[in-house]
Design a protein around this ligand. Structure first.
Ligand code: ZN
Length: 197
């Protein structure tokens, strides 16, 4: 691991940037789909989910609201979010058009989660989750479409980290509301996303 430096957020951004860098590009897409399908299947079949602790649930609420806030700032027209009893969650947004805002959207969950609950960084270093696999695909897609400037994995991670730091109050408000209600629709999201920004 590299020198942590003075700012813990920058250290987290470098760690996530390096995880993105180490993802094998050829299998990123299939691996991401596998992870997403496994979770949607559970929803469809209504399979029982383990009941999670309050702290796990709050951690997920912050993760999902990192995505929500990035979707909101990225101009998504329709945003929905929910968390489940087993502290898994989902954010659906139609659609973040700008490619770089889309990358921040897929990375903001991890940064909000780790800012709220720092030991959770280990869940990202122990193997890439769907969010990081998707982010890697989006960064590679962006870079394939232009020769300069190339977006590095560390720069993409730092941008998402700064986004979460900048919008932290609104993310916390959204997470509190989500933890309380279990789900937020587009209108509720717009209210909580704007009341302190
Ligand atoms: Zn996520």
């Amino acid at each position: 691991m590299r020198n942590p430096g003075r700012n813990p957020s920058v250290h987290v951004a470098n760690v996530i940037g390096d995880v993105l860098h180490d993802i094998p590009p050829d299998t990123a897409r299939d691996d991401a789909l596998d992870r997403i399908n496994a979770s949607t299947l559970k929803d469809r079949a209504n399979l029982p989910r383990r009941f999670a602790s309050i702290h796990d649930r709050r951690t997920t609420a912050h993760h999902e609201c990192g995505h929500v806030m990035a979707a909101f700032v990225g101009g998504a027209a329709q945003i929905e979010v929910r968390i489940r009893d087993d502290a898994t969650g989902i954010c659906i947004a139609r659609t973040v058009e700008d490619p770089e805002a889309g990358i921040t959207y897929s990375l903001a969950g991890a940064f909000a989660e780790v800012k709220f609950n720092p030991p959770r960084i280990h869940s990202y270093t122990s193997g890439p989750c769907a969010d990081l696999l998707i982010s890697r695909m989006r960064i590679d897609q962006l870079n394939a479409g232009r020769t300069w400037p190339q977006l590095t994995y560390r720069t993409a991670a730092k941008t998402a980290m700064r986004f979460v730091d900048t919008h932290w109050h609104a993310i916390q408000d959204l997470a509190l509301a989500l933890d309380d209600a279990g789900e937020l629709d587009d209108m509720a999201i717009r209210i909580f996303a704007t009341c302190r920004s």
